[in-house]
Structures are given as structure tokens and as C-alpha cells.
Design a protein around this ligand. Structure first.
Ligand code: DAV
Length: 389
């Protein structure tokens, strides 16, 4: 592993950074519960050497109740499966195989000295309601979707799916602990998710061309997995779960230390950027060859590679993701990646870039909607806020 990025980077003037981090007010002193020293949460990008990570749990994973926001993200060929199993557990053989793979992934991480934390699996079958609607839950498998780490702050996302309205509950014990340890903890305005938020007629449209998505701009919504971090520059997309209002909320919330860039892709079912656009190390970007029409000019000095074709068998069930989940790799350092065991072409690409590859079986986890990047939240990486452009 190397600590120093080889690509040109620029240090951010500490005078520009947020003074709120030096938390030494009378209130916090009298409470005495919060550490003023190094925050347990600190991650500015997707590649600095990893120290602590949250890994999701597959247990209790459920198929979401049928709703337009779910329908919009699915290939039509998958819709019957979802309609008939709406609100029921995922097949037990898939969940237990995914659990087994997660266990192997965790052993691998811990053997490298990385601290692994887990959410508490929630009872997703337990119904809940607001004054306007009722639902059951989804899962605690994908910390990447529900929590966004930017520097020393951890943000609970305003999730657009009703089945994820309580999607951060399983992580609350960790959030409390991190805050007490000195991290900043915030939550975007809780969305109401009333019928008016959703544009049922946008489903099936050519979303990019029509600029019509299943979520409107009624209130801010976003999933953290629609954001990918490169120090001061954060890249995102308008998707079925992330609207412009949500992106604007985050832009205002993060302030002038960060620049949020909204990218446009050619994706029929946009939901999460991490199988489309993956900066994996300083100067190294992997793009989805079917979706990325134009690489932003700010990447002109970067090495850009199209993701190799996925090798995942066409017959393998992928309920909530495309086969491009082969791109959903996880960096343990700028020169160390975890890649799905069968995805040799992806491993070869990384090796050709001088990146060491650890192969880990994850096919059954893939079935429930993601791979290593989705299944993780890098809580702490050894690094600092830099500009890579
Ligand atoms: O096919 O774009 C992305 C990963 C879902 N969290 C896809 C899936």
C-alpha cells in the first residue's frame, strides 16, 4: 500500500476548512461526553488507506412493497418477480449464501488490520406508517446507500423509497458512538414521501432525454450511493432516487470546501453512480462503457478505462442491479482493491494499473443489489482533504 498519491494533488488551505470541527463550546464541555480529538469518522475519497468500515448485514432482507419508485428502477423483465414477492423476505437460500460471503469478506478485512463494524439487523417485515402511507422495510445490507461520509461528517440521507424510510435505524448505535467520539452527525430533512413526490408517468420514459424521473423536485431526496468522492470534488447524477433539490441541499450543507458536479449518463434506470462512474485512485477512473457518453474534461489528465464486460453468468439472479455491478469494487488503499472472485477481466485491468487485487466471492450478495462498494461504508481512511484536479 502507498500513502502518497502519485497523481498531482493540491492541499486545501486549512484556513478554508470548517471551524465547527474544533468543538470546544461550553455546552460540549459541560456534557463532557464528546472527544475533541481525532474524529472516528474521516474519509474524503474512495481510496485512501482504510482503517474502519461498516459492512452491511444480509439477514432479514426483504423485497420492497410494490411502488412506482421501485418499479422505475427495474428492468421490465424483473417486475413480475418483484410484484409477486412484494413485502416478503428475499429467498432464504440467497440471504444465507450472501451472509456466508459477507463473513468471508469480513475475515479478509480484519486480517488486514481493518476495523469492521456492523449495523443491527432490523425486522423489515414490521409495518410502519405515516399520516399518508404505510410500508414495510428493505434491508440493512447496503450502508453505502443510506449514509454519506464526507470528511469528519456522517450524514443520514433523505431516502426516496418508502421501504427505506427507517433505513438508518440499524446504524443508529454506531452513529451515536461516532458522534460521542468527535464526529459530526447530521441528517438531511426527513422527506414526507407523499404521493405528490412521485411522477408515476415518468416510468418507462427515456429518462435522460425527457429529464423526467419518478421523483419530482417537491422535496430533497438522495441516496448516498449517487455520490462519489474525490476530495474537494464530489460527483453525482440526477437519478430516480436523487433529485436536484437533494443535490442542492447537500451543496448548501457542505459549503464552499466542496464542489459538487452533476454528471449526465445514458442509463435507462439510473439509481446509484457506483456501477457507472468509479474514480478508484488518484488519476485512475473506470467508466461504464454503455452509460458514459462523455468523460468530463476535468479528467483529461487521468487514465480512463472502460469497465471490461462482466463475466457474471446471464442465468445468475440479479434482483436489484445490472451485471455492471462488476465495477462496484472497493479500494482498501490506492493500490489495493477487492474484486469479485470470478471477475478476472476487472482484476486484470487493475493489475495493469499496478493495483494489487484481492479476490473475494460475492455472487450471492450481488443478487440482492450490489457488490463491495454498496455493502460498505468507509468510515475512516488515513488521509486528508485534497484537490485532485
Ligand atoms: O446496475 O447500476 C448499481 C448498484 C446499486 N446500488 C447498477 C447497480
Amino acid at each position: 500500500m502507498i500513502d502518497e498519491p502519485s497523481h498531482s494533488v493540491r492541499k486545501v488551505d486549512p484556513a478554508d476548512s470548517d471551524p465547527a470541527d474544533s468543538n470546544d463550546s461550553d455546552v460540549s464541555r459541560s456534557w463532557g461526553a464528546r472527544e475533541a480529538t481525532a474524529s472516528p469518522v474521516c474519509s474524503y475519497n474512495e481510496w485512501d488507506p482504510l482503517e474502519e468500515v461498516i459492512v452491511g448485514v444480509a439477514d432479514g432482507a426483504c423485497v420492497p412493497p410494490w411502488h412506482p419508485a421501485v418499479e422505475a428502477t427495474l428492468d421490465p423483465c424483473k417486475q413480475t418477480w418483484f410484484r409477486t414477492r412484494a413485502g416478503q423476505p428475499f429467498p432464504e437460500e440467497v440471504v444465507s449464501a450472501a451472509r456466508h460471503e459477507l463473513d468471508g469478506f469480513i475475515v479478509l478485512l480484519e486480517d488486514l488490520g481493518i476495523t469492521v463494524r456492523r449495523p443491527r439487523a432490523q425486522d423489515q417485515l414490521r409495518p410502519y406508517a405515516t399520516p399518508s402511507w404505510r410500508s414495510t422495510g428493505l434491508y440493512d445490507a447496503m450502508p453505502r446507500d443510506v449514509l454519506l461520509v464526507v470528511g469528519e461528517e456522517i450524514i443520514e440521507c433523505p431516502l426516496a423509497w418508502r421501504s427505506r424510510h427507517y433505513g438508518t435505524s440499524g446504524f443508529r448505535p454506531l452513529l451515536r458512538e461516532y458522534f460521542r467520539g468527535g464526529a459530526r452527525w447530521s441528517s438531511a430533512p426527513k422527506p414526507e414521501l407523499c404521493d405528490e413526490l412521485y411522477d408515476r408517468e415518468a416510468i418507462g420514459d427515456d429518462v435522460e432525454a425527457s429529464d423526467r424521473y419518478v421523483t419530482t423536485e417537491l422535496e430533497p431526496t438522495f441516496d448516498a450511493a449517487d455520490f462519489i468522492r474525490c476530495g474537494r470534488d464530489i460527483f453525482t447524477q440526477r437519478s430516480h432516487v436523487t433529485n436536484r433539490f437533494g443535490i442542492e441541499w447537500l451543496r448548501c450543507h457542505l459549503g464552499p470546501d466542496y464542489r459538487i458536479h452533476i454528471l449526465e449518463f445514458d442509463d435507462e434506470h439510473p439509481m446509484h453512480i457506483d456501477a457507472t462512474f468509479m474514480p478508484i485512485a488518484p488519476g485512475k477512473l473506470i467508466i461504464n462503457p454503455e452509460r458514459v457518453v462523455e468523460v468530463p474534461s476535468m479528467f483529461r489528465d487521468w487514465e480512463v478505462a472502460p469497465a471490461p464486460d462482466p463475466v457474471i453468468p446471464l442465468s445468475h439472479p440479479l434482483y436489484m442491479t445490472s451485471r455492471w455491478v462488476n465495477m462496484n469494487i472497493f479500494m482498501l488503499g490506492p493500490q489495493l482493491a477487492v474484486v469479485e472472485a470470478e471477475e478476472h477481466p476487472m482484476a486484470d485491468l487493475l493489475t495493469s494499473w499496478g493495483i494489487e487485487v484481492i479476490r473475494c466471492p460475492f455472487r450471492h450478495f450481488n443478487s440482492i443489489g450490489g457488490s463491495f462498494h454498496c455493502a460498505t461504508l468507509d468510515v475512516r481512511r488515513r488521509g486528508e482533504l485534497l484537490s485532485y484536479f
